[in-house]
Design a protein around this ligand. Sequence first.
Ligand code: TXA
Ligand code: MG
Length: 315
Amino acid sequence: MKTKLTASPEEAARFLLRDELVAFPTETVYGLGANIFSEKAVGKIFEVKGRPSDNPLIAHISDFSELLLLVKRITAPAEKLIDTFFPGPLTIVLPKSKYVPSVVAAGLETIGVRMPSHPVAHKFLKACGVSVAAPSANLSGKPSPTTWQAAKEDLDGKISCILKGDQSDVGLESTIVDCTGKTPLLLRAGAITLEQLQEVVPGIEVYSPAPDARPKSPGQKYRHYAPNASIILVDHPSEIESSQFAAYIGIENSVSANKVKISNICPTVTEYARSLFDFFRYCDAHQIKIIYCQRVASTGLGLALMDRISRAAQH
Ligand code: TXA
Ligand code: MG
């Protein structure tokens, strides 16, 4: 299959409306979109990514009216969070309506919904005129793509179209909050921080499944975000051991950072988050075997950053 690269949201939308898959930019990471109401198109997402069929997809919308078709009801905490943070890097999980094919929700009775704030994503979704089911546009297990080039690296020849945009601003996937029960639960940390969520819904809890329980967010049980290289967490670059096959990413600079082949000193946690997945891919392309990642405080965006780095380190 030939993969069309385009900068036109309208052209990309025409592919989607023919039941084809389209990779598109968002402010978090690139998504791999299909018409949410087409079982055939949604099925292709699982096939192309090699995604386990029990891992549900997020619905992407450009207009609040779409919610009525996707969800059975909007709970009180959901309403507050939507009012405050939509459009933006936040996914809300709600009871699913009967109109959404069950393949999207991987058999769950719930659906995650997100309204991206990225202008190109918005234009694309508007041009589609339907809600778009989309996971991140990487092969399962690889780091999420934050550039169109990274999406191309994984999906060239496998999908019909890549809508080109700039590098994703956040660089980490959206915050996910389950609003189906009385107490909202943070399922995945992201750029909308726990502190920001607490201001709007003070009762929110961080979900952590019992070790042998089925996790509420099925994707959390799979190995994720991982480069081929091994990840070693360090508090300070002085812990780095000299190697031509090692790399370092972190906030702190030191002479020790020169003991590795590639180092990426990030001026802020925001910059660190933005460049993390791209750096992982860059290291893989340069035969790096060990990536030293500096720990940051698990507050604000640091919670999401440490979550992704720890998951990448778990293998
Ligand atoms: O920022 C993002 O969320 C990106 C962009 C493209 O929007 N999308 C993304 O999708 O990260 P994906 O499929 O890579 O990750 C979605 C996560 C998975 O861990 C999945 O299990 C969880 O969301 N999820 C989806 N629907 C859910 C639901 N109904 N209940 C609980 N978790 C859900
Ligand atoms: Mg993903």
